[in-house]
Unconditional design. Structure first.
Ligand SMILES: Cc1ncc(COP(=O)(O)O)c(C=O)c1O
Length: 382
C-alpha cells in the first residue's frame, strides 16, 4: 500500500505539471523534444543494466547489450570507423565520452599535453584534472573556432611532448567546428609523430555526419576517438551518449571481473540499460533518411530564426550549417522564460528537433515587445 500522503501526491502532480509547462519554453539548450517512446514504456518496469563491456556477455543477463551493439554499429558506419578496429559503448552523455577519450589518450601518452580551445565545454577541463593531465588552452577566433596560429605556436614550444588534441565539433555556445585538416597540417608541418585526436562531437556529431557537413571530423578524417550525446539530436528522456574509439587503442583498458562475469572497460560500473533501447528505437523508426530529413528541418528552422531576429533589428548570426543562432543577450526575464543560455553577453537559441515555428514566433514577439519598451523608457528619460 502506498505510504504517500495527499500532500506529497499533490506535490508530485504540481511538479509534473510544471515540467510539462516548462517544456513549452525550451529553446536554449540542445535537446530534442519531438520523440515518442510510449511503445517502450513497459520496459520501465524492468531494471535493465548493461554493466561492463557492451561486447562481452555478462551474468547480469537482464540487459540490452544486443541492441546496444546495433546502436554502436550504426554509429561506426555513420562515423566511418575502421572495419574490425572500432569499439565503443553507450555512455551517460557527452561528458563521459570525453572523459573516456582522454583516458585512452593518457594510457597511450601519459606524458602528453592536451590542447583544447577556450570555447571547449567545461567538462573537458574537469576531465583533464581528474586524469591529472597537462594541458594548454588555445585561443579562439571570433566565431568560436580554434585559433590555428595560436595552436601552431603552442605546439612549436612543446615539440618534445606527445600531443593530445581535443577538437570541438560544435562548441557549446556558438556551435563552431574545429577543422581537423588544419590541425593535422600543423602537426605534419611540425613533424609531430606522437599525437592523439579526440573529437567532442557531443552537440553536432550526429547531424553533421548524417548531412556530411564540412569540415569533416570522423575516423577517416583522422580522429582517434569521438564522443556524441544521444539526448541532444536523437533525443531521449534521460541523458545518454555514444563514445567510439579505435579498438587497438582501447585494449590497454579493462580487467575481467568475476562478479559481473564480463570485462570492466567502461568509466562507470552499472550502465543505463534503457538508453540503448531508446536510441535503437529512434534509429530504427526514423532510419537514416528520416534522421537526415529531421536534421535538414532543424537547419531550415535555424535559418528562419536567424532571419526573423535580423528582421526586427537583432544582430543575430550563425556559424555555417549550424543549428545555433547567436545574438546579444536579451533581458534576464526573457532568458529565464525561454531557458536561454548566456555567456559573455552572447545568448543562443538552438533549433533542435521539436523547436517549432510557433515557439520562435512567440519568442520574437517577446523580444520585439522588450525592444519597444526599451525605446519608450529611453524616450521618457530623455
Ligand atoms: C560541446 C559539448 N561538449 C560536451 C557537452 C556535454 O554533454 P553532456 O551534457 O551530454 O554530458 C556539451 C553539452 O552541452 C557540449 O555542448
Amino acid at each position: 500500500m502506498s505510504q504517500m500522503s495527499i500532500a506529497d501526491s499533490q506535490r508530485l502532480h504540481a511538479y509534473m505539471e510544471k515540467a510539462e509547462e516548462r517544456s513549452k519554453y525550451f529553446i536554449g539548450y540542445p535537446i530534442a523534444q519531438d520523440f515518442d517512446y510510449s511503445e517502450l514504456y513497459p520496459l520501465l518496469r524492468l531494471p535493465l543494466n548493461n554493466v561492463g563491456d557492451p561486447m562481452v556477455e555478462s551474468t547480469y543477463d537482464l540487459n540490452s547489450r544486443s541492441l546496444e551493439q546495433e546502436v554502436l554499429q550504426f554509429f561506426a558506419e555513420l562515423l566511418r570507423a575502421p572495419e574490425n578496429n572500432w569499439w565503443g559503448y553507450v555512455t551517460s552523455g557527452g561528458s563521459e565520452g570525453n572523459l573516456y577519450g582522454l583516458y585512452v589518450a593518457r594510457e597511450l601518452y601519459p606524458e602528453g599535453i592536451v590542447y583544447y580551445s577556450e570555447a571547449t565545454h567545461y567538462s573537458v577541463q574537469k576531465n583533464i584534472q581528474l586524469l591529472n593531465l597537462r594541458s594548454i588552452v588555445i585561443r579562439t577566433q571570433e566565431n568560436g573556432e580554434m585559433d590555428y596560429n595560436d595552436l601552431r605556436q603552442m605546439l612549436q614550444m612543446h615539440r618534445d611532448q606527445p600531443v593530445i588534441i581535443m577538437a570541438n565539433i560544435g562548441t557549446t555556445m556558438m556551435e563552431a567546428k574545429d577543422d581537423l585538416s588544419k590541425v593535422k597540417q600543423i602537426l605534419r608541418d611540425l613533424a609531430v609523430k606522437n599525437y592523439y585526436i579526440h573529437c567532442d562531437a557531443a552537440l553536432a556529431g550526429t547531424y553533421s555526419a548524417l548531412l556530411d557537413l564540412k569540415p569533416g571530423f570522423d575516423f577517416q578524417e583522422g580522429t582517434d576517438s569521438l564522443s556524441i550525446s544521444g539526448h541532444k539530436f536523437i533525443g531521449s528522456p534521460f541523458p545518454c551518449g555514444v563514445v567510439m574509439v579505435k579498438k587497438n587503442y582501447k585494449e590497454r583498458i579493462g580487467k575481467a571481473i568475476p562478479y559481473i562475469g564480463t570485462v570492466d572497460t567502461t568509466i562507470s560500473g552499472s550502465r543505463n540499460g534503457h538508453s540503448p533501447v531508446f536510441l535503437w528505437y529512434a534509429i530504427k523508426k526514423l532510419g537514416r533518411d528520416g534522421l537526415r530529413q529531421r536534421a535538414q528541418e532543424c537547419l531550415d528552422m535555424a535559418a528562419y530564426t536567424e532571419q526573423r531576429l535580423r528582421d526586427i533589428g537583432v544582430k543575430a548570426w550563425r556559424n555555417p550549417a549550424a543549428l545555433t543562432v547567436v545574438f546579444p543577450a536579451p533581458s534576464w526575464e526573457l532568458r529565464w522564460k525561454w531557458q536561454i543560455a548566456t555567456e559573455n553577453g552572447h545568448s543562443h537559441i538552438i533549433c533542435m528537433p521539436g523547436v517549432s515555428r510557433e515557439q520562435i514566433d512567440e519568442f520574437i514577439g517577446d523580444i520585439e515587445a522588450e525592444m519597444k519598451q526599451r525605446v519608450q523608457l529611453s524616450e521618457v528619460s530623455a
